[in-house]
Design a protein around this ligand. Sequence first.
Ligand code: CA
Ligand code: ZN
Length: 301
Amino acid sequence: MVTKVTRDRVFFAFEPKLSPAIRVGQGEQVHLETHDCFEGQIQKTQDLVDKLDWNHVNPATGPVYIEGAKPGDILRVDLLKVIIGQQASMVTIPGEGALGDVITEMETAILRVEGDQVVFKDKIRIPIKPMVGVIGVAPESGSVPNGTPGAHGGNLDCTLMSEGNSAYFTVGVEGALFGAGDFHAVMGDGEIVVCGAEIQGELHFSAEVVDRLKGLPTPFVETPDLVATIYSAHTADEAADGAIHRMAQFLTDFVKIPLNDAGMLMSLVGQLKFCQVVDPLKTVRFEFPKSVLAEYGYQLA
Ligand code: CA
Ligand code: ZN
């Protein structure tokens, strides 16, 4: 059975008091229709950011209540399909992003999707790599605007949040209250001008609690080839430090690799990468190959 949530069911902050758009069982497939990060306010090059209603930026669809998910559980979300629309947009905003100190002109670019490419300024063709920018669960307390990343997920802008991969979150409240939005047809690590190719779409996912992963450092992501820890903090240094230490924790606690060996292997085959450096907190990930986990006889699922 497939349950659909339409894109009119949006919320703008991850928080415990959200009322569920829908309740689903574990493993049940859900189709979430999503708006782009501007909630569709930007459709043509004349639509500049000074006309934006900022109360309608970064909508996430949901939240989806996952039956049986309890605080402290590890929820695995399988990203079965990430479908994108036909047209993406990008903007420059003076004062914003990693080049905000030198960018002085507002501009909007519209990028057509043609087959498996997006076309930038009618000239540059770029292969699409659809990804989900905002993805997460409600925190156990407080309220985190969707523009901010954190331990609960949120605006991670991690390129690994894509079709065929699995995201892991620690459940903060009963039912987890999962939501997602802010798809990008393609985005580079760093997200330099605070946007990728912003686009509406549809996420097909199913979610279930994985009991034996209790204590997993989350957000955590798994692809066919690697696992990654993700950490957000005020500075890139702190974010890097958090992602590195969380991977070491995973390798020692879960894979049972002695700390020195874990460190040496991280030094040999681990990859430290930026997700984004432009949101209220910076997000860094540490990637580690599953082939090495397999050598230790460890399998995540
Ligand atoms: Ca984003
Ligand atoms: Zn975005």
